[in-house]
Design a binder for this molecule. Structure first.
Ligand code: PMP
Ligand code: GLU
Length: 389
């Protein structure tokens, strides 16, 4: 019998990655697939970023860097935090990782001991509970409701905390709901976390994709106490269409960051040197490119909502950020079954909500052209009219 690590045995593969791969496979076989599954921008990485990478290659910046990232990149990240988030980090408080996923994973590994609890508001991004399980800790879900905008309330947070509680993972704007916590809501959460010494991992990867006028707020900016117990995570994948470059970063108390650096010393070492130079160009460049992408995402969101409005029996929660429309398909049965049938019958790839802790719901990514959005929702509507009870 195969004997593998008992914790790894319990870890589920990523639904988002699996369905995205299946959609690609069908497409490669010649099927006309509408991809509402992939959680990545469909835009190309802007030229000025690519040029910085080419320059790095030609200039021989192709060797190891410090495992927490080159000094000039960590300085650029500190400047970004200061400019965009009113956060005052020093370069020794930054660890650059191979994507925000890697940075969150390392933060969980460093902070958690076996048996400790990590609070995860549900619906959640698929990877959080699995990371916690790999660390030997216990994911504890706080179930939110559509009426509460899929956001936790201070009362729920307070009730979930016990002496074993170590971390709260916050994700605003959220994948999969697109909802955003307001400053006031974050203040209430921060107060409770400070009172009970609960660390916060704040996943801010969708920060630049906002469709509301309110400015984005980082929870760590709300006072010294919460600053000292927050790990702020961000990256370039979503804002700069750089998913394949694999650069994310974490910022937090220097002691915690020192342990995260040690973990990288013995696992990945530094993230790719070339991608690090590209990231400096991204962070220091003009924001015009990302604003244009954001505006197009907003137009796609509005189009997708207007089309889903006409699909009988399907409702959704209006996203204020990110690029996902989270839809309630519960009238039609189990979401995994529906998503599979829609993919097989009409070639539209969707992510069922069960992987996000939301049975009955299905995530539709609006990271494809307006033409394909129209085509995909037209197919879903026809499928529902034919198969919906
Ligand atoms: N957090 C959330 C909520 C995400 O949706 C993603 C997307 N993969 C990530 C983190 C990780 O992004 P990356 O590793 O590409 O930086
Ligand atoms: N985060 C994206 C998603 O939710 C990309 C896939 C992944 O890494 O999970 O689809």
């Amino acid at each position: 019998m195969l004997k593998v690590n008992s914790r790894i045995k319990e870890v589920l593969g990523s639904t988002t990655l699996a369905i995205t791969a299946r959609a690609k496979e069908l497409k490669d076989q010649g099927a006309d697939v509408v991809n509402f599954a992939a959680g990545e921008p469909d835009f190309d990485t802007p030229d000025y970023i690519k040029e910085a990478a080419v320059k790095a290659i030609n200039g021989g910046f192709t060797k190891y860097t410090p495992s927490s990232g080159a000094e000039d990149l960590r300085v650029a990240i500190c400047e970004k935090f200061k400019r965009d988030n009113k956060l005052d980090y020093k370069p020794n408080q930054i660890v650059v990782g191979c994507g925000a996923k890697h940075s969150i994973f390392n933060a969980v590994m460093v902070l958690c001991d076996a048996g400790e609890e990590v609070l995860i508001p549900a619906p959640y991004w698929v990877s959080y509970p699995e990371m916690v399980k790999i660390a030997g800790a216990k994911p504890v879900f706080i179930q939110t409701t559509k009426d509460a905008g899929f956001k936790i309330t201070p009362q729920q947070l307070q009730a979930a905390i016990n002496p074993r509680t170590k971390i709260l993972i916050l994700n605003s704007p959220s994948n999969p709901t697109g909802k955003i916590y307001s400053k006031k809501e974050l203040e209430a959460i921060a107060e409770i976390c400070v009172k009970h010494h609960v660390y916060v991992i704040s996943d801010e990867i969708y920060e630049k994709l906002l469709y509301v006028d309110e400015p984005f707020v980082s929870i760590a900016s709300l006072g010294k106490d919460i600053f000292d117990q927050t790990i702020t995570v961000n990256g370039v994948s979503k804002a700069y269409a750089m998913t394949g470059w694999r650069i994310g970063y974490a910022a937090g108390p220097s002691e915690v960051m020192g342990y995260m650096k040690n973990l990288q010393d013995h696992s990945t070492s530094n993230p790719t040197s070339i991608s690090q130079k590209a990231t400096i160009a991204a962070l220091k460049g003009s924001e015009a490119g990302i604003t244009a992408m954001r505006d197009e995402f907003k137009a796609r969101r509005d189009l997708m909502m207007s089309l889903v409005d006409k699909v009988p029996g399907v409702t959704y929660i209006k996203p204020d950020g990110a690029f996902y429309l989270f839809c309630d398909f519960s009238k039609f049965g189990l979401c995994a079954d529906i998503a599979k049938r829609i993919l097989n019958d009409v070639n539209v790839a969707l992510i069922p909500g069960d992987g996000f802790g939301a049975e009955g719901w299905i995530r539709l990514t609006f990271s494809t052209s307006q033409e394909r959005i129209t085509e995909g929702i037209t197919r879903i509507k026809a499928w529902i009219e034919k198969n919906g009870r």
